[in-house]
Design a protein around this ligand. Structure first.
Ligand SMILES: N[C@@H](CCC(=O)N[C@@H](CS)C(=O)NCC(=O)O)C(=O)O
Length: 211
């Protein structure tokens, strides 16, 4: 398999964590998504992913997969151990809900294509863009904290084993801290993330800082 990624990407970080949890080694190709290094809109990469986004995964059979959650579910169905979704049906729905609260409702407000476009609006400078990002992370993680308060049953977000919920939460939490948001305002998230930091698959595969 081959993973198209950028180290700074939190969506790619999700797939890196899933691969590490499954113990799967893959070839990697860096697709720069920022500034002068950006090659994600080249015709070559648009051939890989028409959305011009990372991650994408080329399977052993030569099939190109896009969208981090679809890739993670593919890996989970193909390589069963350890499972990335809980066993009980309702718990699986909860793990997916937490994952989507982040991947579908926080992250899309923050990536380079969004902040770059914001920067073209008169009056929107680096400070306004940073405030925008902090606002949506705060709103989103506050809701995730409440989801956890209602349904969390174990030491991680959706049980006593790391799941797709944690895979989405960890990179977002790392980026929240980088944006200047202390995790201790969300005690459940802070405790889950502290536990995840002790797992090499998470600690070694978070999103790299934007330099
Ligand atoms: N929903 C997509 C999101 C992918 C995405 O937005 N990736 C970002 C990096 S985290 C990207 O490639 N951004 C390039 C850009 O915004 O131009 C997924 O989960 O894979």
């Amino acid at each position: 398999m081959k993973l198209f990624e950028d180290k700074i990407s939190s969506a790619a970080s999700r797939v890196r964590i899933a691969l590490a949890l499954k113990g799967l080694g893959v070839e990697r190709e860096t697709i720069g998504i920022l500034g002068a290094d950006a090659i994600n809109r080249t015709p070559e990469y648009l051939h890989v992913n028409p959305q011009g986004l990372v991650p994408a995964l080329l399977t052993d059979e030569g099939v190109l997969l896009t969208q981090s959650l679809a890739i993670i579910e593919y890996l989970d169905e193909r390589y069963r151990e350890p499972p990335l979704l809980p066993e009980k049906l309702e718990d699986r729905a909860f793990a997916r809900a937490v994952a989507l609260a982040i991947a579908a409702d926080i992250h899309p407000l923050l990536p380079p294509r969004v902040t770059a476009r914001l920067g073209t609006i008169p009056g929107a400078g680096p400070q306004e863009i940073a405030d925008w990002s902090r606002h949506w992370i705060r709103v989103g993680l506050t809701a995730v904290e409440e989801l956890l308060a209602r349904r969390q049953t174990g030491r991680y977000a959706a049980g006593d084993a790391p799941s797709m919920a944690d895979i989405c939460l960890f990179p977002q939490a790392v980026n929240a801290e980088r944006a200047g948001l202390a995790l201790d305002q969300w005690p459940r998230i802070a405790a889950v993330v502290a536990g995840l930091r002790a797992i090499p698959a998470f600690a070694e595969n978070g999103p790299a800082p934007r330099t």
